[in-house]
Design a protein around this ligand. Sequence first.
Ligand code: NAD
Ligand code: MG
Length: 305
Amino acid sequence: MTDANAPQGEGQLAHDDPTTRHPKVSPPEQDQPEPGLDVRAEPTPDIGLDSYVGRDRLQGRRALVTGGDSGIGAAVAIAFAREGADVAIAYLPAEEEDARRVVDAIEQAGRTAVALPGDLMDRHYRARLVDAAADGLGGLDILVNNAGKQVISESLDELTDEQIDETFHVNITSMFTLSRAALKHMGPGSTIVNTTSIQAYEPSPNLLDYASTKAAINNFTKGLAQQVASRGIRVNGVAPGPVWTVLQVTDGQPKEKLPKFGQNTPLGRAGQPVEMAPAYVFLASGESSYVNGETLNANGGTPTP
Ligand code: NAD
Ligand code: MG
């Protein structure tokens, strides 16, 4: 006879311990020029290639993921494909090597992959990116605004106008352009998911430009969500905490801080990109039908407003 009080699936429960489910990384000091490649980061960020299991939650959807070559965007693109969606990824031309891994994974999931390299600082590219995705996918139901630039600057004196412009353009201004274009293709049931950050609430003193854009993204998300709700379209955000990606290696953090990256969170470790993907799947799918204008914090337990 089995003990009715015994925990179900003890092996699985132990596997799900959030403090140990993914390794506690202690990345060595390292450097890459922007935009950096996941395949050259040490350790390699876990984008779910060997671990994400889909459950048909996005069957037949068509999604564009910006910054879909690496890190969080790559994990989202792979998860979406394994959930049954066709996926277009946007990324910088220099990131082709990372992008190939994601395109291959989407195709191995039996879905259509569309690769759309280009620079979001180029207004011609920005203007046609969404239509190109819709052309390649035969329509568009999901937009994930995830591309981001994060470069530290120790004082406002050192922060150049050029960097401020770039950070704002890539992180928030492009969300206006891409969301406007996407909404022209979208009907009831469609969703937009924006990547914001814990920096929206807890700005680091060396990330003034970056953190400001992330606060703006939360606000943009709440405003646009109300604007399009009556059309049956929802807009939400995900706010990651410290997640091990190449963004940290390309001057996203001071080098000497890399070995302890993310270890000051309540869970005691940095997150992996694959751990962000379920939040995006939830918000992109019909499962979250009554969630709108919300930011889902996936940050290892740091309290947020
Ligand atoms: P990442 O470097 O893997 O992804 C960022 C992507 O942005 C790049 O792959 C690149 O394709 C894209 N990008 C940057 N500049 C661009 C430009 N000019 N034109 C087109 N694309 C451009 O790093 P990530 O950590 O996965 O970042 C994804 C998102 O997550 C970003 O918005 C970032 O701000 C956010 N975020 C990351 C963390 C973290 O700890 N890693 C925490 C909170 C929020
Ligand atoms: Mg990249």
